[in-house]
Design a protein around this ligand. Structure first.
Ligand code: TYC
Length: 115
């Protein structure tokens, strides 16, 4: 008579918790979606008042805040003007680029993924 050999796959899983890891997230991964910096770039031709207006209109800044950020871009070449979700950042960049183009100013606005 052949002796029956138990194989792993034959064994009944009588340990109720043995496979719990596949069912339960012990450390729930709540990965936040990435954020994007919206950057404004300096150029030699866009009027300062136009940039101030852009910052007030599309980024909800007060005149004083907008003037300060505009001067930072003018002096340093670039500044972060806001941090948003991918969709909102894309919309802001589009609005600024469109507005600048319609007024025939070379103002450049881009977005960059945050670390
Ligand atoms: N450098 C521009 C000037 O002297 C002003 C300016 C500021 C342009 C910020 C673009 O993003 C900018 N008229």
């Amino acid at each position: 008579m052949l002796e029956h050999q138990w194989m792993m796959s034959d064994k009944p899983d009588d340990d109720d918790d043995a496979d719990a890891s596949v069912l339960v997230q012990t450390r729930p991964k709540t990965k936040r979606p990435p954020l994007y910096k919206v950057l404004l770039l300096n150029d030699d031709y866009t009027p300062m008042e136009f940039v101030v207006h852009v910052l007030e209109r599309f980024f909800g800044m007060t005149h004083a805040q907008a003037f300060e950020i505009m001067l930072t871009v003018h002096k340093k070449g670039v500044a972060v003007v806001g941090v948003f979700s991918h969709e909102i950042a894309e919309t802001k960049v589009g609005q600024v680029m469109d507005f600048a183009r319609r007024h025939q100013h070379p103002l450049q606005c881009t977005m960059e993924r945050e670390e």
